[in-house]
Design a protein around this ligand. Structure first.
Ligand code: SF4
Length: 370
């Protein structure tokens, strides 16, 4: 299981790499960039070259060129559909945390159908259902929602993903049998002490159980998973190395690349404020995303509407990414009520967004690439 490998091998290795503060010259960076497979040492050398403008630009440019060769500027449009904001957890960085006593909402099956119809009529073929850790959403209920959503997409041969709390193999099997195509689950932070601090006692506070989510998902037969950390909770260099270690472990053990790599960063709002969030500037984020693109050429980074369109446009260079245009992070936010979103987003209508993407040289598509 990944929790064991992470604790015994990767965590000490990553700590030691970061302590060394290695600086390699630009000719060594060029050699690393010629490799097809990068190990953690290579990744660390790329990361540590961040202060060197020449190396940094070269890494970003090479990542874009390699993507363009493989993906030819194709982008895959996927919106989220939020089904419940009632939560049993108390994550400090989230307005939907249990201790935030605000009126909450979850979609009935009729409301789910209404939201699905809206997104399908808009033109989408792939939709990700997102839910807080709502105690009333049993595995059977989640399976029912997956089934309804998949049925709605039947004529388009569309795909359904989820971003729900981690669960066991039996539940993942039930979800697959109900039509699930992919499951995303963000680790939030790979740093054990920060994880503990951010997740006061609740189901989600089990760091190891969350680390092992994809072992359980793959053992249940799922082939497509989405991994990520939430930027700004802890040092991005540590998180990036850990995320790549996680993807590498899955690739080596199950012979499957992460399907999706999320790229979220914490946004402080009037509803939620984390004191002294870790630095993860736009430039650092663009650089980190380029390293992810190099580390997993076949994986799809997800450029969501947490970042501005201009920033996402730069990050997606070369293509081979999921991209969100229309977006609401409120439960029922497309057709019912837009209040109480999980976080603020940028949003473009699908028509305008597609036109804009084409003007930038991208080829937006509605079906997943594989
Ligand atoms: S991040 Fe997810 S699990 Fe945590 S409080 Fe928010 S909705 Fe609940």
């Amino acid at each position: 299981m990944f929790s064991k490998t992470f604790k015994e091998e990767y965590y000490p290795q990553i700590q030691s790499l970061l302590e060394q503060k290695t600086r390699v010259d630009s000719s060594s960076i060029k050699k690393i960039l010629k490799k097809d497979n990068l190990n953690l040492n290579d990744i660390n050398n790329l990361i540590q070259s961040y202060p060197n403008q020449e190396s940094r630009n070269l890494i970003i440019k090479t990542a874009a060129q390699k993507r363009e060769k493989l993906w030819k500027n194709r982008l895959f449009l996927v919106p989220p559909l939020y089904v419940t904001d009632k939560c049993a957890n108390d994550c400090l960085y989230c307005p939907w945390r249990k201790s935030n006593k605000t009126q909450r909402r979850s979609l009935t099956t009729q409301e789910l159908k209404k939201e699905m119809n809206f997104l399908i009529d808009t033109g989408y073929n792939t939709i990700q259902l997102v839910g807080a850790s709502d105690p009333s959403f049993s595995a059977d209920k989640i399976a029912e929602y997956i089934k309804i959503a998949k049925e709605k997409l039947k004529d388009k041969k569309g795909h359904i993903g989820i971003n729900f709390e981690s669960t066991d193999e039996k539940d993942y099997k039930l979800f697959i049998n109900s039509g699930l195509d992919f499951a995303s689950l963000w680790q939030e932070t790979y740093h054990p002490k920060t994880f503990k601090k951010m997740h006061p006692k609740s189901r989600k506070s089990n760091f190891d159980y969350r680390l092992d989510a994809f072992d359980r998902a793959f053992r249940s037969g799922l082939k497509k998973v989405g991994i990520a950390f939430l930027g700004r909770l802890y040092d991005w260099k540590f998180e990036l190395l850990s995320l790549i270690a996680h993807g590498t472990y899955l690739k080596q053990k199950y012979k499957i690349d992460p399907f999706i790599i999320g790229t979220p960063r914490l946004i402080n709002t009037d509803k939620i404020k984390i004191n002294n969030p870790s630095n993860f500037s736009d430039d650092e984020w663009l650089f980190a995303v380029s390293i992810l693109k190099l580390a997993f050429p076949r994986s799809l980074p997800w450029f969501s509407t947490r970042a501005s369109f201009n920033l996402n446009k730069k990050a997606a260079q070369g293509g081979g990414a999921l991209f969100t245009l229309d977006c609401s992070t409120a439960v029922g936010g497309y057709t019912i009520k837009k209040d109480f979103p999980q976080f603020p987003v940028y949003s473009k209508s699908l028509d305008k967004g597609i036109k804009w993407l084409k003007q930038q040289g991208y080829k937006p598509e509605f079906h997943l690439p594989y």
